[in-house]
Design a protein around this ligand. Sequence first.
Ligand SMILES: C[S@@+](CC[C@H](N)C(=O)[O-])C[C@H]1O[C@@H](n2cnc3c(N)ncnc32)[C@H](O)[C@@H]1O
Length: 283
Amino acid sequence: MRHPCAGPLADGHPVTAGIIHPMSLTSTSASPLRPALFAQLGGALIVFALAYLLPVTWLRQPLILAVLQGLCASGISWKLDAPRWWCLIHLLFMPLVVIALALQIAPGWYLAAFVLTLLIFWRTDKSRVPLYLSNQATAMAVADLLPTNANVIDIGCGDGHLLRRLALTRPDCLFTGIEHAPATWLVARLLNMGRRNVTIRYGDFWQHSLSGYDTVYAFLSPAPMPALWDKVQAELGSGKRLISNSFPVPDAPADPVIEVDDPRQTQLYCYTIGLKTIAKPQN
Ligand SMILES: C[S@@+](CC[C@H](N)C(=O)[O-])C[C@H]1O[C@@H](n2cnc3c(N)ncnc32)[C@H](O)[C@@H]1O
């Protein structure tokens, strides 16, 4: 049964054998790489044109060119309405490249840093979900929300710390974590090795059926929430629950919303599948 406040299911998310793919989630999920490339190339073009047209030699210093390129790229990014932290990235990117080149670090270090980052964060550009971890207070609040003997999955389980805490606090429940970043998955496996009520799987949770679980825990980002809502409604049975840390499902009122007593004032948005919830009027 679909949530009465949800949008239509057939809204472009392909459904294959009960699995919903997050292909065209929403405009918020479009890859940020294209506008970023556009801003960088635009900045470079403007600066090359300036250096070519203006007869001043000091302008041709690599660091000055890089700073100017950063300013232009940042301005373009601002104009494109990119999130503000992208403007900072554009501002610093080329100057840092020039400084790093001047330090003459062996290329192997760059490759190693790239591979390590990839193994930890994997395709964040595609998933739009970075790595950050649920804290102890949140784990305790989640533990309180779980029914007796529940079968629970953490979709994108990170380093498995949350599952470890939950498994210790709620030995009556069975916990599964699924993670697609290889290094993070390995840490989760090692951290939960030998723990009877935790299973850590490697893979993409969009390809993993959620049927059979009583509670789905997600700590993702705003981008996948509409598609995730479609997936849980299609695959979770009536009365089962989605708990989303920090990111609500747009247009689906959560009931309840738990306010965790922690420094970041975490909110846990709970959605029960098939529960008729009346949308509160917006003031
Ligand atoms: C914000 S972290 C949350 C980690 C953990 N659930 C917690 O609360 O501490 C999100 C994790 O989801 C993983 N992730 C993102 N998209 C995924 C996908 N499609 N399949 C599996 N893991 C994914 C990321 O690699 C990251 O480790």
